[in-house]
Write a protein that binds this ligand. Structure first.
Ligand SMILES: C[S@@+](CC[C@H](N)C(=O)[O-])C[C@H]1O[C@@H](n2cnc3c(N)ncnc32)[C@H](O)[C@@H]1O
Length: 200
């Protein structure tokens, strides 16, 4: 198994055009622990595990190869480019952004995966009733994301939908928990666009 590093390969994934397929994206997946465990638990769902770092993507790919997952595609990609340019409308059931780099310094903020423009892309690529799952150990980033999502009017929060995966931890979550640093998870459900362009 190799990871995809030519993003045009993404366009040939048939599940992205099949409304009955179940597809989840783990954006900034790191070594892929979350996608690996989720792919084993839900063999009928396709997991796209994407990260920009080649070393992490190799580890993710090796992990998936050892587990012989046929339902996990590792993708080396810059996350915003992948979602914005290569994922069709209404193609994903879930997007996970778990313990992303918080970029705490103001001059580095533009590197954060979640920003106001990207919230619209998350909404566009999710199917009706699709879910956005976010976690962070970093309180300021968490508060920013909650504010961005809540004020967008494009989502409704429903953390109860995380029950089936709440025991699956990423490498970074395990690292923070070992240091007694809490990690907060949030889940939002895609709301339909209204005539004015905002959900209600
Ligand atoms: C703090 S790590 C968390 C990894 C994993 N989600 C976890 O919780 O163990 C953040 C990951 O996001 C990746 N990353 C950062 N910026 C990215 C971007 N713009 N596009 C894709 N991946 C990115 C990093 O390479 C890194 O693997």
């Amino acid at each position: 198994m190799l990871f995809y590093d030519d993003l045009y390969q993404i366009l040939a994934i048939p599940e992205l055009y099949d409304p009955t397929a179940e597809v989840e994206l783990d954006l900034g997946c790191g070594n892929g622990r979350f996608s690996d465990e989720a792919a084993a638990r839900f063999p009928n769902r396709l997991f796209l595990a994407a990260d920009i770092m080649i070393g992490r993507m190799r580890k993710c790919t090796n992990r998936a190869r050892r587990a012989e997952h046929g339902n996990l595609i590792p993708i080396r990609a810059e996350g915003r480019l992948l979602v914005t340019k290569f994922l069709p409308d209404s193609s994903l059931n879930r997007i996970h952004v778990l313990c992303p780099d918080p970029w705490p310094k103001a001059r580095h903020r533009h590197n954060r995966l979640i920003c106001s423009e990207f919230v619209g892309q998350i909404h566009r690529t999710l199917k009706t009733d699709g879910e956005f799952h976010f976690s962070s150990d970093d309180q300021p980033y968490l508060e920013t994301v909650i504010r961005l999502i809540e004020t967008s009017g494009l989502f409704k929060r429903d953390d109860s939908r995380m029950a089936e995966i709440s025991d699956i931890k990423t490498d970074f979550e395990l690292r923070w928990l070992n240091r007694d640093k809490p990690v907060t998870h949030c889940l939002w459900v895609k709301a339909p666009l209204t005539f004015s362009g905002a959900g209600h």
